[in-house]
Design a protein around this ligand. Sequence first.
Ligand SMILES: [Zn+2]
Ligand SMILES: [Zn+2]
Length: 464
Amino acid sequence: MKTIKQLADEIWEYAETGFEEYKSCKAMCEFLRQEGFEVEEGIADMETAYRATYGSGAPVICFLTEYDALFGMNQVADKTEYQPITTNEDTGHGCGHHLLGTGAIAGAMKFKEYLEKNKVSGTCVVLGCPAEESGSGKAYLARDGYLDNVDIALTWHPSNYNQVVTGSSQSCIAMFFKFHGVSSHAAGSPHLGRSALDACELMNVGVNYLREHMESSDRVHYAYTNVGGKAPNVVQSEAELKYFVRSTTNPKCLVLKDRVINIAKGAALMTETDVDVIFDEGLSNTVPNFILEDVLANSFKKVYTYDYSKEELEYAQSFKNTYNIINTLSDLPEFVCDVEVLKEDIKNNPIHSYFAETKHSDVCSMGSTDVGDISWVVPTAQINTACYSHGAGSHSWQWVAQGKSNIAYKGMMLAGDILCDAAITLLENPKLIEDAKNELKKRLGNDTYTCLIPKNVKPHISKS
Ligand SMILES: [Zn+2]
Ligand SMILES: [Zn+2]
């Protein structure tokens, strides 16, 4: 029988990116089957999504997993300088999702043991959510009803810090704008050409003017995904942009998206080109849940211990030394109650050495996550645990390198223990579940969940 540590290490080795997590998904499903869970694979039109269930009846507590890796993050384990593995593809677990998925399973297994031992009503669900980095896996699961019978969703993310996550995140819509024109000789017959590249440029100029008239918490960014070719003496007939449109709530994001589309239409009109708008991805804003944040904070305080050997602290220090600490001090987690204490910890310790309490917040942080979609449907909350030394943050080679270490493993097991303790607390106190549900209802008001991904869009790897 494989251990939890071996499962995490295996997924680290596979380092598969969004919607291609075939081996990682299979390893998790096999592991859960051996643990006595009933496992459904390939759900919601995603080959690498799964749902594992144990027990029956209410409450239904869902542990969310992730297991996708990142491109450009290939790195040798435990090495304190950047060194890619030459035999591997250029992918790696720079966001720690091998720990995320496995730690959630560790928590679910423990919760399963509790259900078994106490012979109580309750269902433990592990939801296998692929493609977090790009692909919006959880949004499809929420859209297609996989959370409808769930009472509470709990999750975590590996981090440099021990804290309960609070606040909201942005809604986001990703779209391609494909402009079609007419090619011609740029010197000999420019009057016959209709430039798709001009259309892209005018669209971007238009959006740059739009920025002055959006809410300051909105964000719009773009990239050229096709510049139309390398020849200046050809009028470019095909060119394409990819846009992200972000706002603080889904309804606002939809309005902003329409304003951006209008600008694209204007650019097409000006240049006598045509434009196709191709929907790519959609992520909902996160709805915080203070009731659940309190439950997680209490479990954190109950379960957390600072317990590292001398070797583990030296290991963490060796990675802390690879990064300029000033940068860390300028990028502290939001909503921590005592920032000065945290700064001292960062300066003086190799790894976060205590549980940092956070103040409840509704404030929307810049950036988006597909946990947002789940949080519209079911009360959801998450924690961070320190799996990495102070210093470099997520999406760094330092995180990949530390991914199989003892400190990473300890952070992962801590997260599993806290999530399990919270699940038990909720099961034993049904009033908390009711309160968490009422809080969600109150926050949504008259809004109901409408996934930003239209029904006809299937899960896909983003391609222009
Ligand atoms: Zn990430
Ligand atoms: Zn991540």
